[in-house]
Each structure stands twice: as structure tokens, then as C-alpha cells.
Write a protein of this length. Structure first.
Length: 124
């Protein structure tokens, strides 16, 4: 029961952080000032790509936890998702976290907390 709560909590945190990437996309693009249309599209694509990645990780972990799948499959998905979240945290630590804007600085923390919750859910 505790493992399910930890995994669902980590998954929901990941999904919610993915949601926070959708709404400010337009203002983030405008924040770059006068840039080409192609650069605006690239920023939009990358911003939404991270959002979709976070949605997918969160939803995948939620579904595999709630649906009757093998424990080996569940654990593999949770651990691989944690690895991906840690990779995203490291990337964010060396890029976005160096920006003087709080939401960017929170990314490595939120990704790491979600990953730890998934790992704890597997091993507890």
C-alpha cells in the first residue's frame, strides 16, 4: 500500500509539473524578444516536448501501478522512469537552474523528488 502511494504521488507530481509547462509557453517565447519565427517554433516545440514527456512518464507509472500487470514489468517501468527523471534533472541543473527564474530552478528538484518517490515505491 505504501509503495502504491509513493509511486502515485511521484506520478502525480510529474504530471502536474508537465501541466505547468503548457500554460506559460506563449509568455516564455515572448520573453526571448524579437527572434525569428523558426526560433519561436523551436522553443515552442521543445517546451511542449518536455510537457508531453512529463505527462507520459506520470501517466505510464500511474497506469502500470493501478492495472494488474506483473510486478517485474511495474518495477522495470518505475525504475526506468526514475532514470529518465534523473537525466532530466541533471540536464535542468546545468541549464535551466542557472537562470534567475524560480520555476526553472525548481525543475531539478521536482524531477529528483519524483524519481526518488518512484524508487522508494519499488523498494518499500
Amino acid at each position: 500500500m505504501l509503495s502504491t502511494i509513493l509511486i502515485i504521488t511521484g506520478s502525480i507530481l510529474t504530471i502536474l509539473w508537465g501541466l505547468t509547462h503548457i500554460f506559460p509557453t506563449g509568455s516564455v517565447i515572448r520573453g526571448f524578444g524579437d527572434i525569428s519565427r523558426d526560433n519561436q517554433r523551436i522553443i515552442r516545440m521543445e517546451w511542449l516536448n518536455e510537457s508531453l514527456t512529463l505527462f507520459f512518464i506520470g501517466i505510464l507509472n500511474t497506469v502500470t501501478t493501478l492495472v494488474n500487470t506483473s510486478m517485474h514489468l511495474q518495477n522495470s517501468i518505475h525504475l526506468l522512469s526514475a532514470v529518465m527523471l534523473f537525466a532530466m534533472a541533471i540536464l535542468s541543473l546545468f541549464t535551466g537552474a542557472r537562470i534567475n527564474f524560480l520555476p526553472f530552478r525548481l525543475c531539478p528538484v521536482i524531477f529528483s523528488v519524483s524519481a526518488v518517490l518512484l524508487i522508494l515505491g519499488v523498494f518499500l
